[in-house]
Design a protein around this ligand. Structure first.
Ligand code: ADP
Ligand code: ASP
Ligand code: MG
Length: 408
């Protein structure tokens, strides 16, 4: 008997048969005596359909209405799952984010959870019910519906797990754990039994969309035991936790990629204090997240300043930068909307020089040109042309022997 939050992603509830399958699994755990809060995503493809509809009506849909629209996907699945549970004889009750009162800030489309009311959930659990909650959505203090960013149901699940202090937060998806690389791209990628929060945070922020990055941040901050498992095949999955002496470590734990980057290069920037802040200040004020930032030493009083943003934010970022050319006195802006980021991650990297140089060599040997490089203690990332991304992921996975168990 335990207390769990179980989250089922879009492919796990993709049609009625799959919803019945989830209901059967949840009912089995309920009968075994578990206290269960179930979080579900919209049926697979549904959120994309809603996004496409809004975009057919407007290039820049109003953010508040966009959230009202996107939140409907999850409202469908909570109701369907609860109906399926009750049909099996399992007492269940569904809630939207607003009904629970998952309170968020008011940043539409990327809201952050600030508070969760637990009263209704606890009453229902005490009454022996399974509580089914819509992922990805909340409500701001003025009563507006908000959404948490794509993949946000993971964050709903972890936030609930932290608030309710459950034994484990279980993320059920279409793969049976966290792999050394996206198993859809690298056929011999290996499932890891354990990953540290630190590594998972890097993997998620570098593009491994198996967990939304904010869910990993949240789980790390509140020390929520987090496990990724398959909805379709039983198994132990991958446990994400703090580093433990028992955990074996490879130098490198995985390869991650993110296709959706765009690069903005500002040329001929006068070498004066404060320039970077004048460019990036308005960008962040518009809630655009900047990823890599690179600036070179100036020659002849001029320098270049490069950064990357999510491709979705590219137009907005350019609308902010273009009008600054006169006041900030830079020469030109060169952009590439079709770049991708390729990264190697591993806590063992700290103590191992040479990993970056080997990475650059093997990519070079495949003819993959590197445009930008950044490193941190536990990762090396490069920006490359999007068309080479799958080749890059496979090349690194192979070159660093990630399909094999640790040689230590
Ligand atoms: P869900 O709909 O259940 O939230 P997602 O599609 O958001 O599922 O995330 C699961 C997908 O993440 C997998 O199908 C896989 O293709 C992808 N993925 C990317 N990198 C990794 C990785 N390192 N390990 C496991 N899955 C990964
Ligand atoms: N349905 C939302 C999305 O597709 C949230 C989620 O699946 O986590 O992004
Ligand atoms: Mg997801």
């Amino acid at each position: 008997m335990g207390f769990y939050v179980k989250k089922f992603g879009g492919t796990s509830v993709g049609d009625l048969e799959k919803i019945k399958n989830v209901a059967a699994q949840v009912y089995a755990a309920h009968k075994a005596g578990d206290r269960l809060v179930v979080v579900v995503s919209a049926m697979s493809g549904e959120t994309d359909n809603l996004v496409a509809m809004a975009q057919q009506l407007s290039k820049n849909p109003d953010p508040r209405e966009y959230d009202v629209l996107l939140a409907t996907g999850e409202q469908v699945t909570i109701a369907l799952l609860s109906i399926a549970l009750m049909e099996l004889g399992c007492p269940a009750r569904s809630y939207t984010g607003a009904q629970v009162r998952i309170v968020t800030d008011n940043v539409h489309n990327k809201a952050r959870i600030v508070k969760i009311d637990q009263e209704k959930i606890k009453q229902d659990l005490d009454a022996g019910k399974v509580v089914v909650i819509a992922g990805f959505q909340g409500i701001d203090e003025h009563g507006n519906i908000t959404t948490l960013g794509r993949g946000g149901s993971d964050t709903t699940a972890v936030a609930l797990a932290a608030a309710l202090n459950v034994d484990e937060c279980q993320i059920f998806t279409d793969v049976d754990g966290v792999y050394t690389a996206d198993p859809k791209i690298v056929a011999n990628a290996r499932r890891m039994d354990y990953v540290t929060f630190e590594e998972m945070l890097e993997l998620a922020s570098l593009g491994a969309k198996v967990l939304q990055i904010r869910s990993v941040e949240f789980a790390g901050r509140y020390n929520v035991p987090l496990r990724v498992l398959s909805t379709f095949n039983p198994g132990p999955g991958t446990l994400i936790s703090y580093e433990d002496v028992k955990m074996e470590h490879q130098k490198i734990s995985g390869v991650a990629y993110n296709r959706d980057e765009a690069r903005i290069l500002i040329r001929g920037v006068p070498d004066q204090p404060g320039f970077a802040g004048k460019i990036l200040g308005p960008i962040s004020a518009a809630n655009i997240e900047v990823d890599m930032i690179v600036q070179n030493i100036a020659t002849d009083g001029l320098t270049d300043f490069t950064f990357t943003v999510h491709r979705r934010d590219f137009n907005n970022a350019m609308n902010i930068i273009a009008p600054l050319a006169d006041s900030l006195n830079f020469r030109e802006v060169l952009t590439d909307e079709k770049v991708a980021k390729l990264s190697l991650v591993g806590v063992g990297m700290r103590s191992h020089a040479g990993i970056a140089s080997k990475m650059f060599q093997v990519l070079g040997a495949e003819g993959v040109n590197i445009q930008l490089i950044t490193t941190s203690e536990i990762k090396v990332s490069v920006i490359i042309d999007e068309k080479y991304i799958e080749l890059g992921v496979r090349t690194l996975h192979e070159a660093f022997g990630l399909d094999k168990e640790s040689l230590k």
